[in-house]
Design a protein around this ligand. Structure first.
Ligand code: ZN
Length: 492
């Protein structure tokens, strides 16, 4: 897959040919999770989207430094820089040390992402571990004259910034509209302008997560960490900045303003945002009561689910939509994804059973070119998957003898199919793992007992084993030279 890779850039609102600053190196920063709640479908979509991008860039031959942060401080209850720190609140309610809460949910996040076959990033920095860098950045913005101190807190001066820069460029918002739509400052407010955002907040006496800085004992504003950590690990200018669309404003807009003041320009050349998941057509949210965690999905323990869904079904479901489209979750859609995945994995196994001919009447470059074209078109995974399904049909024809393939072409087909399915899309055949690790030896053991019974002409035992295997979904077929078995599709 070497033709030109295009990526949609939120900053320019257009698809652009991807050219890294220093090929073959690519620097990519993605906003990771806040760690005070259990990972849910929204986390999965963002993680799988940027895992696909990470995997595809590597497939194209780039050496990617992928930085994905952990937000364990400074995430307040609302975007107006007010309310309690959400992590500290959870710690207070559960009588835990805040870092216990952060560690617990970080571990949960890793656990579920591993199940989804999401590759770990190259570096995973935590906001709380980069306090010096954040304090230095606040000082720099103050020195440049784009921030002011107010009662021990420091705010970014959006009014001043927007005199020479476009605050709203990334998210497509207009400052006048934002000001008109924000609440009136009530005079007791520390801020000068309603759109100003906190760089440093003085901690109230009850606030448990606090650090010493020149302005007060307090904590950094949420947007600051991503500027500080991306500069530290990727430099002032790097290739890709990603995150969920809900982070575009104010988080990424504010981050870009901070970087522009400190470094003379916004950090990333390409800003990439994945769209949201809706649930039966509605926005997903805890308050709306239609919120599904990954644990609930994998165990089926949610009132909207009729059954558990495996991690690979969830991953395949996400990949079946383009990352910039909304994705509507429903029990039916998940079942359909499960069936599709099963068909694809069956085809992967069928490839190994194809007997090559001395010539081909199928064209492998059709598969290769169309898959590459889809992936090069802004990571169009649904189109790439539809090309794979065109070839599922052809693979079945090659297997039943209605089409022909030469030995070298068969090897090329196998290699390419595996590369797209396993390496790029990051799918895993979870059923095969079960079949191979536990089920297969058990079935083989039962068939050995059955063969022994047949040898002794104990037909009752032999038939009993065959029938009871059939009842649990293992089809047994006797042949001249032995016994074949296969798993029949689980009934739904
Ligand atoms: Zn961020």
């Amino acid at each position: 897959m070497t033709s030109q890779f295009t990526l949609y850039n939120t900053l320019t609102r257009s698809k652009e040919i991807f050219v890294p600053l220093k090929p073959p190196f690519v620097g990519m920063y993605v906003c990771g999770p806040t760690v005070y709640g259990d990972p849910h479908l929204g986390h999965a979509r963002s993680a799988v989207t940027f895992d696909l991008l990470f995997r595809y860039l590597r497939d194209l031959g780039y050496k990617v430094r992928y930085v994905r942060n952990i937000t364990d401080v400074g995430h307040l209850e609302n975007d107006a820089d007010e309310g309690e720190d959400k992590l500290a609140k959870k710690a207070r309610l559960e009588q835990l040390e805040p870092m216990e809460v952060a560690q617990y949910y970080t571990d949960r996040y890793h656990h579920f992402l591993e199940k989804l076959n999401v590759l770990p990033p190259s570096i995973e920095p935590r906001a709380s571990g980069h306090m010096m860098e954040q304090i230095e950045l606040v000082q720099k913005i103050l020195d440049e004259g784009f921030a002011y101190e107010s009662n021990g807190s420091v705010y970014f001066d959006v009014g001043k910034y927007s005199q020479g820069h476009d605050y709203g460029r990334l998210s497509g918002r207009v400052l006048e509209d934002m000001l008109a739509n924000s609440r009136e400052l009530d005079g007791r407010d520390d801020k000068k302008g309603a759109c100003d955002f906190a760089l440093w907040k003085k901690a109230s006496p009850a606030h448990i997560m606090r650090w010493k800085a020149p302005w007060s004992v307090g904590f950094p504003g949420w947007h600051l960490e991503c500027s500080a950590m991306s500069i530290k690990y990727l430099g002032e200018r790097f290739d890709i900045h990603g995150g969920g669309m809900d982070l575009m404003f104010p988080h990424h807009e504010a981050e870009m303003a901070q970087n522009t003041v400190c470094c003379g320009q916004g950090s990333a050349r390409y800003w990439v945002h994945n769209n949201m998941i809706t649930l039966n057509g509605q926005k997903m949210g805890k308050s709306l009561g239609n919120f599904i965690t990954l644990e609930e999905l994998f165990t089926g323990s949610h009132r909207l689910l009729s059954q558990p869904f495996g991690p690979m079904t969830v991953r395949f479901f996400i990949l079946q939509a383009h990352y910039r489209s909304t994705l509507d979750f429903s029990d039916e859609a998940m079942k359909a994804a499960g069936r599709g995945l099963e068909r694809l994995m069956a085809a992967v196994e069928t490839i190994d059973k194809i007997v090559p001919s001395d010539r081909s009447n199928v064209d492998i470059s059709d598969l290769e070119d169309r898959c590459a074209a889809a992936m090069n078109d802004d990571l169009n995974s649904p189109v790439a998957i539809s090309v794979l399904f065109d070839w599922v049909r052809i693979i079945n024809q090659l297997h039943d003898g209605s089409a022909m393939i030469s030995a070298p072409d068969l090897e090329r087909l196998r290699t390419f199919f595996h590369r797209v399915v396993f390496d790029v899309l990051g799918l895993r055949d979870d059923n095969a793992a079960g079949r191979n690790d536990i089920v297969a030896p058990l079935v083989e053991m039962l068939l050995a007992i059955r063969n022994e019974a047949k040898r002794k002409k104990d037909w009752a035992t032999s038939d009993n084993i065959r029938d009871r295997l059939a009842a649990i979904g293992v089809a047994v077929k006797d042949r001249k030279d032995g016994t074949d078995w296969s798993l029949t599709a689980p009934s739904e």
